[in-house]
Design a protein around this ligand. Structure first.
Ligand code: GH3
Ligand code: MG
Ligand code: MG
Ligand code: MG
Length: 301
């Protein structure tokens, strides 16, 4: 996924180097260009860590033709949403219908006209950027601007499977703001929203690895997912979060600490197929409850 301000990336895949060169030269001013001269290479680029935003794909190539590349792309989660424009000498209506039916967004026949190629590329890129933005927004909580529950639910499934495969621990921290109902009652819902945003931001700032995820789990509850993280280390992170929230110094006259604090429950598991994600969540929830019962502003692991 690219951000709107980045130059979009286009992969040009064609077995004729001259075609690749002409298209690349033409598109270079507005896009980052990657090239491939066969289907296998195109697929490798499409499934890499730096995938393109659009593929301009020749059909007739030795070994693996463009149709096959598109079919393979549609079978992989990482590449199934990347738009493809066929650019081909196959100018029959049946070939075009087949290409579009397989999921290509557009179909250009050779010899191509460069201004037409530019216009069609521009339209598909605009559409892709809108889709990326919607996808991003769908995973972000509107108030706190951190990942939402949907994002967390899909990530924990992925991390759970990965942890089983790699035999690594997966840690979870459940966080709940203390006496938040009283905060709202006393300072108003708008101030409550401000406090929620501050707690979310400072919690996020405590996480250092790209693989760590903090999400808004529900109203005034947050969850931190820590892949490949031991219980001891997760407990340290949880306590850093607790201290960081405390140090925000948000006044809360009806809380024991006289300021906004959080309680945290920490669980860790090396998952196996017999266990379920829910067991990890349930454990963190139970420990969070103990943190509340034992006085709040506490970590229980
Ligand atoms: P405890 O220490 O036991 O967690 O007490 P609590 O008052 O925090 O717990 P409770 O679950 O009773 O209350 C949660 C409160 O969080 C109630 C609700 O008004 C508030 N809340 C939930 N979502 C939002 C929100 O988006 N904005 C604001 N301002 N408040 C919210
Ligand atoms: Mg060809
Ligand atoms: Mg709560
Ligand atoms: Mg609460």
């Amino acid at each position: 996924m690219t951000f709107i301000l980045d130059k979009p990336t286009i992969l040009i895949a064609d077995d004729e180097p001259i075609n690749v060169r002409v298209l690349a030269q033409n598109l270079t001013p507005n896009y980052r260009i990657k090239t491939a001269t066969n289907g296998q290479k195109a697929l490798a680029i499409v499934n890499s860590d730096d995938p393109p935003d659009l593929v301009l794909l020749d059909i007739q190539m030795p070994d693996m033709d463009g149709y096959q590349v598109l079919v393979a792309m549609r079978q992989q989660d990482s590449s199934k949403n990347i738009p493809v424009i066929f650019i081909t000498a196959k100018d029959g209506a049946e070939d075009e219908a087949k290409g579009l039916d397989l999921g290509a967004m557009d179909y250009i026949t050779k010899p191509f006209n460069l201004p037409v190629v530019n216009a069609r590329v521009k339209n598909q890129i605009a559409l892709k950027q809108k889709t990326d933005l919607l996808e991003k927004l769908a995973l972000i909580d509107g108030l706190t601007e951190i990942p939402n529950r949907r994002h967390y639910d899909s990530r924990i499934e992925v991390e759970w499977r990965r942890a089983i495969k790699d035999g690594l621990p997966l840690s979870l921290v459940m966080i709940d703001i203390d006496e938040f109902k009283l905060f709202n009652d006393n300072y108003g819902h708008a101030q409550g929203d401000v406090a929620l945003k501050r707690v979310a931001a400072i919690t996020a700032s405590q996480l250092k690895r790209n693989s760590d995820l903090v999400a808004r789990y529900g109203g005034e509850e947050f969850v931190v997912l820590l892949p490949d993280c031991t219980l001891a280390f997760a407990r340290t992170i949880a306590d850093n979060i607790r201290q960081a929230v405390y140090s925000l110094n948000l006044e809360h006259e009806y809380a024991k600490a006289k300021q906004v604090t959080v309680s945290l429950g920490v669980s860790c598991i090396i998952p196996s197929r017999e266990q379920s994600v829910e067991s990890l969540q349930k454990k963190a929830d139970e420990l969070l409850y103990l943190a509340k019962k034992s006085g709040r502003n506490k970590v229980v692991a």
